[in-house]
Write a protein that binds this ligand. Structure first.
Ligand SMILES: NC(=O)c1ccc[n+]([C@@H]2O[C@H](COP(=O)([O-])OP(=O)(O)OC[C@H]3O[C@@H](n4cnc5c(N)ncnc54)[C@H](O)[C@@H]3O)[C@@H](O)[C@H]2O)c1
Length: 342
């Protein structure tokens, strides 16, 4: 089989390419390689920028430098593919607020183009949406315990109201992608799914304060740099190890049940920022220094996915528990410290 992965040199995209390449499939990574986020994290070394490109080239992945906003070039590179996984995005809330043009063109036009290609070629497609589409009104329903926010019921399913509370450009662009996807399923009968992804983490995540908080904490802890927490540090996510998300993509390919799915770790994988820092400290044998700053506009303080729908419809469930996943992330960071030098 031949698989096109947009954003193939990103964090999730690279794990997706690796999975299919190791199965022996033909894989095309389609990424514009601007690596915008790296300029902000400060991990701007050549090694960090080229890390996934070099790794995937070595696995025989066909590497294309292309932009999802360029419909013709995307179509040309998608020809002959059996499955498209659309991970290319502007993924950060902070950047969407600072640069709504970039957010709109990448997330809305880019996603529209991917859907249009899937329609033209009659190829199944998964789009990476986000739990952010539920909105920040969830913040108003929380109780504060010593180390985390709590909520009843703890898990949130796909029927939860959307875009509650303050709407930022990221909320708008991610939800718009979902609406277009639904319109293409309903109108043109394409086989497509929106995955509302929770906080992902794993090896090859060059996480910073904008995006990828588990890796941000782990990188800073390994390198002995202080961590900044925006807000109380009691924010909660049901973190998901990247290869588990990739397994969900493949589960959709096999089952082809269009729709919207929460893809997260569920309650068993829930952890607060404070608890995650403590876990990292326990693994490293030294607790990192933490500074608190004011909460940020748009931050969602709590999300734990109810993943019953993905379990039932896709036959999928997460496998890697946070402790094991964070240990694997820390091992990778420790082995690649030169990537993170300023
Ligand atoms: N990482 C998470 O915790 C998380 C959580 C929820 C949703 N998601 C979603 O999952 C997807 C993947 O996230 P990620 O963490 O791997 O992000 P990432 O930033 O690591 O990867 C995105 C990749 O897309 C590429 N890209 C950006 N604009 C492009 C364009 N115009 N054309 C082609 N390529 C372009 C970038 O170069 C990058 O390699 C995104 O849609 C994101 O919103 C991620």
């Amino acid at each position: 089989m031949r698989v096109l992965v947009t954003g193939g040199c990103g964090f999730l995209g690279s794990h997706t390419c690796e999975f299919y390449a190791k199965r022996g499939d033909q894989v095309v990574s389609y990424d514009n390689m601007t690596k915008y986020e790296l300029k902000r994290t400060g991990y701007g070394s050549d090694k960090a920028r080229d890390y996934n490109w070099n790794l995937l080239s070595g696995l025989g992945v066909e590497m294309v430098r292309g932009d999802v906003r360029d419909f013709e070039y995307l179509l040309e590179n998608a020809r002959g593919c059996d499955f498209i996984i659309h991970t290319a995005a502007q993924p950060a809330m902070t950047i969407s607020i600072e640069d709504p043009d970039l957010d709109f063109s990448t997330n809305v036009l880019g996603t529209y183009n991917v859907l249009a290609v899937a329609k033209e070629l009659r190829v199944p497609v998964v789009y990476c949406s986000s739990i952010h589409v539920y909105g920040n009104a969830i913040n108003d329903t929380l109780i504060e315990s010593d180390t985390r926010y709590l909520r009843t019921p703890a898990e949130i399913d796909e029927s939860h109201p959307l875009l509650g509370g303050l709407v930022t450009p990221l909320h708008a662009s991610k939800r718009t992608g979902e609406i277009y996807l639904q319109s293409f399923v309903d109108t043109y009968n394409i086989e497509a799914a929106s995955f509302r992804l929770t906080g992902l983490y794993g090896t090859r995540q060059f996480g910073g304060e904008d995006h990828g908080w588990v890796a941000n904490f782990a990188i800073r802890s390994v390198l002995g740099w202080p961590i900044t927490l925006f807000g109380t540090g009691k924010q909660v996510r049901d973190i998901l190890f990247a290869p588990d998300a990739v397994a969900a993509f493949h589960a959709f390919y096999e089952t082809r049940k269009p729709g919207v799915y929460n893809i997260g770790g569920g309650h068993a994988h829930s952890i607060s920022l404070q608890e995650c820092i403590e876990l990292i400290g326990d693994i490293l044998g030294k607790q990192p220094a933490v500074a608190l700053k004011d909460k940020r506009l748009g931050d969602l303080w709590y999300f734990i996915c109810d993943i019953s729908k993905a379990r039932t419809e896709l036959g999928w469930q997460p496998k890697v528990a946070p402790k094991e996943g964070v240990e694997r992330l820390i091992e990778w960071i420790s082995d690649n410290q030169d990537c993170f030098q300023l």
